[in-house]
Design a protein around this ligand. Structure first.
Ligand SMILES: Cc1cc2nc3c(=O)[nH]c(=O)nc-3n(C[C@H](O)[C@H](O)[C@H](O)COP(=O)(O)O)c2cc1C
Length: 378
């Protein structure tokens, strides 16, 4: 019964009293790109929402109009509406992960023949893409930068119109690249010192706060570390004391803390045998640092899924809610089972990455080796 896991079962209010949003329990589906045809994607998301989690974060919702799956195009809007309806029908809140990509795909065109002739591996291509992202971020005129940060406001308004309950700002991708001294070589008001590197993120948060003053803004805080180096974009651990107060002041309501990207995807989505992030709760060490700097709710992610372990992290106050991606792909019913007295029946993700990350990398869409068992196969 829920009494077995009272911390997971307890609701959590985000944002100020009387406004904001209430999570019905402490389990949130972490943003996950599926790369599936729309109907199959909606079925997946519907199943995850029905499985009992409190909120589903829809990953990588572009803030600008020209993007594929734009909030502003008729097709994009209809698709987001379908997703939101499916989430609400399942009894969960819907969050939009507002993001701006820093992938300069045009700059990759000269490398396409090399990839087709197998002279350039996908790993090398990823490296090239990261190098191009550095150039893009370093050389972008300040006027264009400001236009992008300001685009977060109208995107939030549009996402609210489409039914989203919560905004998440994706602090990785372009936001993360501007935050990072490894990715940004700028020396203007958007680069150089940590304060100036925080400016892109702060402007984006402010734009959303001004556009939708009543809404919860969760900030996906992408953290990187040295010795050993993990993560390229995002905020260095030592820089958190600069970033966290600035983001809080700009209007963030909660922080979701994860490892920064632009390195290997196997680091941000670590398999069981990862040399550094092999253990359950592998990124909570970063959430611990954020926790010291704010009184706002802080969530964590990283191979979470053992009911007793998750309960302990929440009950001890280490995190306020738990984000799960692969665990809810492996068993969307995890929250219902754990809170309904059947924790022993919850199927544990084995972190093989074969069909989730693997499926995405093979351009087959995100799946799970357990799909047949959970009836989620498409
Ligand atoms: C297939 C796949 C796609 C993902 N897509 C996104 C995304 O669009 N945005 C994002 O911020 N994180 C994305 N992630 C990262 C997850 O949100 C999560 O942080 C990561 O998988 C670690 O959590 P887990 O151990 O519970 O899977 C993705 C993860 C997977 C497996």
């Amino acid at each position: 019964m829920a009494e077995e896991f009272p911390a997971i079962a307890s609701p959590l209010h985000l944002g100020p009293e009387g406004r904001g949003a209430t999570l019905k329990n402490r389990i949130v589906f972490s943003p996950t790109t599926f790369g599936l045809p729309h109907d199959a994607y909606v079925r997946r998301i519907a199943g995850i929402a029905r499985g009992g989690c409190a909120m589903v974060v829809i990953g990588d919702v572009p803030v600008r109009r020209h993007e594929r799956a734009s909030l502003f195009s008729r097709k994009g809007a209809a698709e987001y509406r379908d997703l939101v309806e499916a989430i609400h029908a399942g009894g969960a809140l819907a969050a939009a992960q507002l993001h701006e990509s820093d992938s300069d795909f045009k700059a990759l065109i000269p490398y396409v023949p090399g990839v087709l002739m197998k002279k350039i591996s996908m790993m090398e291509l990823r490296h090239i893409l990261n190098e191009k992202a550095k150039e893009l971020v370093t050389n972008m005129p300040a006027r264009k930068v400001r236009a992008i940060t300001q685009a977060f406001g109208p995107a939030a308004v549009r996402a609210r119109e489409l039914g989203f309950d919560v905004m998440q700002i994706h602090g990785d991708r372009m936001v993360g690249s501007f935050s990072s001294a490894l990715m940004s070589g700028r020396d203007d008001e958007y680069g150089g010192s940590p304060e100036r590197r925080a400016r892109f993120a702060v402007e984006a948060v402010r734009a959303v706060r001004e556009a939708v003053p009543e809404m919860v803004i969760d900030y996906k805080l992408a953290v990187r570390q040295e010795n050993p180096r993990y993560g390229q974009a995002g905020v260095l651990l030592e820089e958190l004391p600069v970033f966290v107060p600035l983001l809080e002041e700009a209007g963030v309501s909660s922080f979701s803390v994860a490892l920064a990207n632009h390195g290997s995807l196997e680091d941000t989505i670590p398999p069981r045998k990862h040399p550094f992030f092999g253990e359950e709760g592998c990124f909570l060490r970063y959430a611990d640092e954020v926790r010291k700097l704010t009184k706002l709710p802080v969530s964590g992610v990283g191979s979470l899924g053992t009911p007793a372990f998750v309960e302990e992290q929440i009950a001890s106050g280490r995190i306020d809610f738990a984000l799960m991606s692969r665990q809810l792909l492996a068993d969307p019913e995890w929250p219902n089972k754990v809170l309904g007295g059947h924790a022993d029946e919850a199927r544990r993700c084995v972190r093989c990455n074969k069909d989730c990350l693997g499926g995405m990398q093979r351009h087959e869409g995100t799946h799970c080796i357990f799909d047949k068992k959970s009836g989620a196969a498409d």
